[in-house]
Design a binder for this molecule. Structure first.
Ligand SMILES: Nc1ncnc2c1ncn2[C@@H]1O[C@H](COP(=O)(O)OP(=O)(O)O)[C@@H](O)[C@H]1O
Ligand SMILES: [Mg+2]
Length: 319
């Protein structure tokens, strides 16, 4: 596939000691997208990233990046990849600019002060460029991690839980910066266990649990397919059939005609608007209802359902 930047097939990892972190992962990442890998702690997210970035040796499977098998073209591939690891780790006595410039050098890129300054400015680190990293706040340290990962202009950037433990304001700021990177053509894979983050940022979402990918789809499609608005309208007396005036809506009669059940919408406002119209139509038709319960499923509901029900039911529901 020409528009794929990363192709993972049958990737498995069992650590010494017997923990199976990845149990056969197939995943294709498209050039230019923001892909959010969503999963609870221990799902295998960091292991997956580690395998692509050469930090974890897979037990089985193949990884192809930029059309090249990572196992055979390691150095060429690695210099095109950036990684912001989950754990903050660097020489904290180093100054910001020097540390970022050093990262660029590691990947064999020639020094480029203008480019480093540009990266620092884009992350609002320029004024701190001569500050020692250990003197920065946690959030600023995380920005330095991002600057270091960007110093060699990677085409593919991994952000492993980029906003874990980061306050709301900085989180928003980082989302904006990630959006800017994408606009410049960088492909971004981020892991998170914040559903809101996936919902806000991603073009596509993959859900992983216990080392297996449960679902991969466009964010909008996931919400469209699985996220919906439901309304349960209890009627005063049973209806034999749904009136023709309501035939356009996703309605069914349940409980011997006593309940008019709506399942529709696209996760956004459409469902609520349709329910309002349905209620007006019922009133106009003289159909009396006693009660109405509505609920909106979000990406969060979908995620929880997927992880709770496990792989089999998730596949059935997505189909
Ligand atoms: N170096 C390691 N040695 C042994 N087990 C590990 C190691 N790293 C991770 N694991 C285990 O592998 C599983 C997946 O971990 P990880 O990939 O870190 O998940 P996530 O990033 O989704 O939280 C967990 O059960 C974890 O305890
Ligand atoms: Mg992790």
């Amino acid at each position: 596939m020409s528009d794929s930047i990363l192709d993972i097939r049958g990737l498995a990892k069992t650590y010494k000691g017997g923990t199976t972190a990845l149990a056969g992962v197939d995943l294709t990442i498209r050039r230019g997208e923001i892909f959010a890998l969503l999963g609870p702690n221990g799902a295998g997210k960091t292991t997956l990233i580690g395998a692509v970035c050469g930090l974890v040796r897979p037990t089985a499977g193949t990884i192809c990046a930029f059309g090249q098998d990572v196992a055979h073209h390691w150095r060429a591939v690695r210099r095109r990849i950036g990684l912001v690891p989950q754990e903050l780790a660097f020489d904290t006595f180093e100054q910001v600019e020097r540390s970022v410039a050093y990262s660029r050098g590691i990947f064999g890129c020639p020094p480029d002060r203008a480019r480093i300054h540009e990266v620092l400015r884009s992350l609002s680190l320029y004024d701190k460029r001569h500050t020692k990293i250990r003197e920065l706040s946690g959030g600023m340290k995380r920005r330095v991690m991002i600057a270091k990962a960007l110093a060699h202009d990677p085409e593919l950037l991994f952000l492993d839980e980029p906003t874990a433990g980061v306050d709301v304001e900085l989180r928003r700021d980082m989302w904006r910066q990630i959006g800017e990177l994408r606009a410049r053509g960088t492909t971004i894979i981020l892991t998170t266990h914040y559903i809101e983050e996936a919902e806000e940022m991603a073009d596509r979402v993959g859900v992983i649990d216990k080392g297996r990918i449960l679902l991969v789809d466009d964010k909008a499609a996931i919400i469209g397919k699985l996220g919906r608005t439901e309304a349960r309208i209890t009627l005063d007396r049973p209806l034999p059939v749904i009136p023709p005036s309501l035939s356009a809506y996703a309605l069914s009669l349940e409980e011997d005609g006593r309940v008019l059940q709506y399942r529709g919408g696209d996760g956004a406002g459409k469902g609520r608007r349709e329910i309002a119209r349905i209620l007006r139509t019922l009133v106009a038709e003289g159909i009396v209802f006693e009660a109405i319960e509505t609920r909106q499923s979000s990406l969060e509901d979908i995620f929880v359902t997927l992880v709770e029900n496990g792989a089999a039911s998730a596949r059935a529901e997505a189909a």
